[in-house]
Design a protein. Structure first.
Lengths: 280, 496
């Protein structure tokens, strides 16, 4: 009797827990629900009390791509193009630097690393203004290179990779050395393949961060063809923002890749946040 | 000085070669701009005077920019805005902690059989409820919301923690221009869904509030103010007690007490009640006298002066915000009768378009994003590290759930909380740019312009590069203060 009672209690507790969690989760997701439903409405239905469209206007999604002055497809492509290059370069340079900090012994290494860490604390805002003058001087304003290059080097990425590489057993280095491997071979064939989890994490972080980044593209890009998605969405909002249904369709389309990426990659992401946060 | 052997040089060369791409980027895009920026802050560099048409020489103005900055009322308004928006931080952190604690349960607790029964119960209940709702001819909206909630709970009971965690994490994961535009539409006063839902509720509430006489409102406001005084007294007593028993150092007790007194001293300006100022002043003075008396009589259990600093700042800071909320409520209550009896009754706020509501609107949105953010994941990791033995020991001592939380969970998570708060404060000082740019353009009337947005408008809008750099360096100095504070107290508190 007593045992059944505790089991019953535990069951009730679990059900209550589920109800609370589901209520919180639902209220957090409601804005997204409204977004999807609004994107399927006709324009004149937007202000109505009912969230549901009278008929689902899937054509809204097609229309976003053909709107005048809104080069949605182009912006999408730009965003992915820029984010891809930034991610590739940043992961590559960070892993090189991290290898040097974590696996090579050289005089002054720790001093240099401390300097690196110190730059992580500098607010980006301090550098933005002179960096823009820098870009004018280099003639890179309104070019993709001007967007990609400054973002291709990151102290945070180096730090994250170093934390991971420190934990790879050092006996591997010695074994490689006995086999006569050069430092580059050690990096390329031993350490890099073993750092895959950290590489994946950093890749996702950098990609998402860059896909969402707004400040630098906003200052740099002048021609609408070269806008990235966030800047394009702002242009959309300020020029034709009263077309709420189309705007919401665009917002939904810009968010969906992130959601898919997150659902598939969440294990690595969660691990990465712990790696960067708890130890930092 | 270290002596460099031939081998050292060789090793260092290899090391630097691997660093080279990073170092080049670092020099070009961080180090050099940094030096230029520092130089800029002391000049009158202005794009209106120094451009390709008008090439006047850039002159040094010494500390002129900084003097201008500290005499500029705008700067202090924007600094105030930045700090005001940061009031949302503790709420976000508390939300993340609550979410993490809810998620930290073992969903498959007990037997597989029990788990199966629970899933079945939930699925059946949800199905029945939907059927009942359809039968009652509920509106499509009700059906929709219940349907989503039902789908979430079924998904959650099958998938467990992962499903809820993913849903909680959505808002912060997708944050950026897209969600800001979405919220701009949600807040829209004309056809936004928030006001569509809120206005009928307010219409319902108007006649009830209209029955409240101005006298009654004054009474309620008075009660709120007295509550504030009581809250202050309790917090002050706790702080003094901790000092007396050697759980809190002298510096910490002073900082905590000052934090608690700020809202009381503001009562003069904000309470809207004639006697509010005197009331607040009296309580604050009583606190000072109590502290002085304590220091005079001394204590038996000594400790270092900055011991328990983080507790003083976190707990008393949170209480300070609570006191401020009570103070604000007095104003709201006082203005209620007049508004309820006016021709329109209560009108839903215009949110982003309203001078007073713009900042709270941004804070509500921030809270929505903060609950399931990285902080929640950090707390989850922290919770999984809390030793189960401590809970068992607490259970044997017969601790209530609240005692369990304050005496086991909270102290065990203190280092995570400290880390999160420091990071949030640093982010908060530099934040607000994207929201301001996308949603409000810093308006209405500058009420959502934060320092970051100010730097942007000065630097890239009006082109006063020298002045903008000076603002940026001032901001940097503030962030540096937080960092130094973190170094000084972070490790100590972690080891408490």
């Amino acid at each position: 009797m007593a045992k059944e009672l505790t089991m019953f209690n535990r069951g009730v507790k679990l059900v209550v827990l589920h109800v609370v969690l589901a209520l919180v989760a639902t209220s957090l997701v409601l804005p997204f629900t409204w977004m999807i439903l609004a994107s399927l409405k006709r324009l004149d239905e937007i202000g109505l009390d009912s969230w549901l469209p009278q008929a689902f206007q899937w054509s809204n999604y097609r229309e976003v791509f053909t709107m005048k002055g809104i080069m949605f497809g182009r912006w999408y492509w730009n965003s992915i193009f820029v984010a891809f290059w930034v991610t590739f370069l940043q992961v590559f340079t960070s892993s090189l630097a991290a290898f040097s900090f974590a696996r090579l012994k050289w005089k002054g290494r720790d001093t240099v690393f401390l300097m690196y860490l110190a730059t992580m604390m500098l607010p980006g805002l301090v550098m933005m203004i002179p960096n823009y003058q820098n870009m004018i001087y280099l003639g890179l304003v309104d070019t993709y290179a001007g967007l990609i290059l400054p973002a291709a080097f990151s102290a945070f990425g180096t730090f994250l990779m170093r934390q991971f590489m420190m934990n790879i057993p050092h006996s591997l280095d010695e074994a490689a050395e006995i086999d006569g491997a050069s430092k580059w071979q050690l990096y390329w064939t031993v350490i890099l393949p073993l750092s895959r989890p950290a590489l994946v994490t950093l890749t996702i972080f950098t990609f998402i961060g860059n896909y969402n980044s707004m400040f630098w593209p906003l200052v740099m890009m002048k021609t609408p063809e070269r806008y990235t998605l966030p800047i394009g969405m702002m242009a959309f909002d300020s020029s034709q923002g009263q077309q709420t249904n189309l705007l919401m369709a665009a917002v939904a389309m810009s968010v969906i890749p992130m959601i898919i990426l997150f659902i598939f990659m969440q294990k690595q992401l969660v691990k990465g946040i712990m790696l960067g946060g708890v130890k930092g | 000085m270290l002596t460099w052997k031939k081998n050292d040089v060789k090793q260092a060369t290899v090391g630097i070669l691997f660093l080279l791409p990073n170092i080049l980027g670092f020099l070009v895009f961080t180090a050099i701009p940094l030096v230029i920026s520092l130089f800029m802050a002391f000049t009158d560099w202005n794009l209106e005077m120094h451009n390709m048409f008008q090439n006047a020489t850039v002159k040094s103005v010494g500390f002129g920019n900084f003097v201008k900055l500290f005499t500029d009322p705008d700067f202090f308004t924007y600094l105030g805005n930045t700090l005001f928006l940061m009031i949302g931080i503790p709420f976000g952190v508390a939300g993340s902690l609550a979410a993490a604690m809810l998620l930290n349960h073992d969903f498959k607790a007990g037997s597989k059989k029990l788990y199966g029964i629970i899933i079945l119960t939930i699925v059946m209940t949800v199905c029945c409820m939907m059927l009942v709702l359809v039968g009652m001819a509920a509106t499509a909206m009700t059906l929709l919301v219940c349907g989503i909630a039902g789908a979430v709970i079924v998904g959650g009971s099958v998938g467990g923690q992962t499903v809820y965690r993913t849903l909680f994490y959505f808002p912060s994961f997708t944050s950026g221009v897209a969600t800001y535009i979405l919220w701009k539409k949600l807040y829209s006063p004309e056809n936004g869904p928030i006001n569509n839902i809120l206005q009928p509720m307010l219409d319902w509430f108007t006649p009830i509030a209209a029955r409240l006489s101005p006298k009654g409102a004054t009474g309620i406001a008075g009660v709120l103010l007295v509550l504030m005084g009581l809250g202050y007294a309790v917090a002050m007593f706790r702080r003094c007690r901790r000092w007396y028993f050697g759980e809190c150092g002298t510096t910490s007790v002073i900082i905590g007490a000052v934090l608690l007194m700020i809202p009381l001293l503001c009562a003069q300006l904000w309470s809207g009640l004639g006697w509010g100022g005197a009331f607040g002043f009296f309580f604050a003075a009583a606190g000072v006298i109590a502290l002085a008396a304590l220091f005079f009589f001394g204590r038996d259990y000594k400790c270092v002066t900055d011991y328990g600093m983080a507790d003083a700042i976190i707990i008393d800071g949170i209480i300070m915000i609570g006191l401020f909320i009570l103070l604000g409520m007095t104003n709201v209550v006082l203005s209620m009768p007049a508004q309820a009896t006016s021709a329109d009754g209560f009108v839903a706020p215009k949110w982003l378009a309203d001078y007073y509501w713009a900042k709270p609107s941004l804070m509500i949105m921030g809270f929505w994003g903060a609950i399931g953010s990285n902080n929640m994941l950090l707390y989850l990791a922290g919770l999984s590290g809390v030793s189960q033995e401590l809970y068992e020991a607490a259970d044997i001592d017969g601790a209530t759930p609240i005692q369990r939380f304050w005496n086991v969970t909270w102290p065990q998570l203190s280092n995570v909380t400290f880390f999160i708060l420091v990071m949030s404060i640093m982010g908060g000082l530099q934040g607000g740019f994207e929201m301001a740019r996308v949603m409000t353009n810093g308006g209405p009337a500058g009420s959502t312009t934060t320092l970051a947005y100010y730097i942007y408008t000065e630097g890239f809008g009006t082109g006063r590069l020298g002045y903008a750099s000076a603002v940026a360096w001032t901001l940097f100095a503030m962030v540096l203060c937080v960092t130094i504070f973190n170094w000084k107290f972070g490790n100590k508190y972690t080891n408490d």
